[in-house]
Design a protein around this ligand. Structure first.
Ligand code: ADP
Ligand code: MG
Length: 400
């Protein structure tokens, strides 16, 4: 599509110019380069990542940009156009968990992780960064990984480290786990670092084996809508920890390293063998969800993206009924979208709020979006935000 290509190029040029200008205004001098890393949505494979299972994210067109230049005095100068409070300056050599708070912990954590890995030493890691993003924060679209990965690819080039995308993803996950203190899996960083346009990333979270699976929505006359419910129910964090502990307990009771090791064909036997009935629905969700990822991969490889709709909706039912991580707002999106003619829909992300994805015929997308907005209005919920998820490119240098 030459029109879409020209549009993308124009956006690229505008974002590059904006980042360079922002850098000059904040840090003085010219940036050495401008790098970008996207947010993501997960198409299928939810609550499987901490069970050594399968996930299938795609990168969004929404990115975090980093304009950057090295500093040889060891100072890390961090400025985000998206938050107030000015520039944060930290000595790269003295970084340790707890030495940076708030948003600056994400990029500082990346420098720390690179240093911990022995990739930078002494005053290396000093740099000026100007950050600007259009990835919505806190909507479950992984603005945090976009920030980490954009920072990492910038430093990778500035210091000539030659790191592969998988290595970058691992270092960014370590930054978020240990420096920021968020116990996230590897999916978000792998998606931001490794996705390619027109594909979803089939990822085995056990060994990071990854494959690009064709998912060219535009060519198929389809659209994937992201509906951000804009709610975040407070019980989310504690419930996440409880689900995780329950899965570990079930794996131990079944004598496997992780629930990923329970074959779909042996699900009934496994369920019957669990003494604690409360663990059964957790196991059923994880095992059937891994199976659904395989189903979706098979259908996309066969060139049949329409037929993944019912699999997405079945995934939602499993998260709602078995894993119990949905909420009324997410259920309303799925019910309304499907009633309005969507091919399928599901909550995406950890649950208890955040976003849902809706697969629709391109011709019906607007009507489905309008019906969902009306239903939220009628139910007295705040208006949802709608985006289109065009499967896009992972982290890259924007200029030169
Ligand atoms: P999500 O990753 O789903 O968007 P998180 O809570 O994991 O939500 O990460 C959001 C946090 O990441 C923000 O609160 C902020 O600290 C940091 N962050 C993300 N994008 C930016 C940005 N452009 N500038 C500064 N901080 C950012
Ligand atoms: Mg995040």
């Amino acid at each position: 599509d030459p029109e879409a290509g020209a549009e993308a190029e124009a956006l690229n040029a505008a974002q590059t110019a904006e980042a360079a200008e922002g850098f000059r205004a904040v840090h003085g001098g010219e940036p050495t380069g401008i790098w970008a890393a996207p947010g993501r949505v997960n198409l299928i494979g939810e609550h499987t990542d901490y069970n050594d299972g399968f996930v299938m994210p795609l990168a969004l067109p929404h990115t975090t940009r980093v304009a950057a230049a090295r500093r040889d005095d060891g100072v890390l100068g961090l400025h985000s156009a998206d938050v107030s409070g000015g520039t944060v300056r930290l000595p790269a050599e003295k970084l340790a968990p707890g030495t940076a708070d708030g948003w600056a912990a994400y990029p500082a954590g990346v420098v720390w992780a690179l240093r911990e890995a022995g990739l930078l030493s002494g005053r290396e890691g000093g740099a000026d960064l100007y950050i600007r993003s259009d990835v919505p924060t806190g909507a479950g679209l992984s603005s945090s990984a976009a920030l980490e990965v954009a920072t990492a690819v910038a430093l990778n080039d500035l210091y000539g480290l030659g790191l592969a995308p998988e290595r970058i993803a691992r270092l960014c996950q370590r930054a978020e786990n240990e420096f920021v203190g968020v116990p996230c899996g590897i999916m978000d960083q792998m998606a931001s670092a490794c996705c390619t346009a027109g594909h979803a990333l089939h990822l085995d979270t056990r060994d990071l084996a990854a494959r690009q699976v064709p998912f060219d929505l535009a060519a198929a006359g389809l659209r994937l809508l992201v509906v951000d419910t804009r709610v975040k129910h407070a019980l989310g964090d504690g419930e996440y920890a409880r689900r995780r502990a329950g899965c570990e307990e079930a794996a131990a009771a079944l004598g496997v390293a992780a629930l990923r090791d329970v074959p779909y064909g042996e699900l009934d036997t496994a369920l019957a063998g669990l003494a604690d009935p409360a663990l059964r629905p957790l196991v059923r969700h994880v095992v059937t969800e891994n199976r659904r990822v395989e189903e979706v991969v098979g259908l996309l490889d066969a060139g049949d993206p329409r037929s993944i709709g019912p699999v997405l909706t079945a995934g939602h039912a499993s998260l709602r009924d078995d894993f119990a991580v949905s909420c009324p707002e997410l259920d309303l999106v799925v019910e309304t979208a499907n009633a309005a003619g969507a091919l399928g829909a599901r909550m995406t992300g950890g649950g208890f709020g955040g976003s849902a994805v809706v697969l629709v015929e391109a011709a019906g997308a607007e009507e489905v979006g309008a019906e969902v907005a009306d239903a939220f209005d009628a139910a007295g919920h705040p208006a949802p935000r709608l985006f289109e998820a065009v499967p896009s490119t992972g982290a890259r240098r924007l200029d030169g």
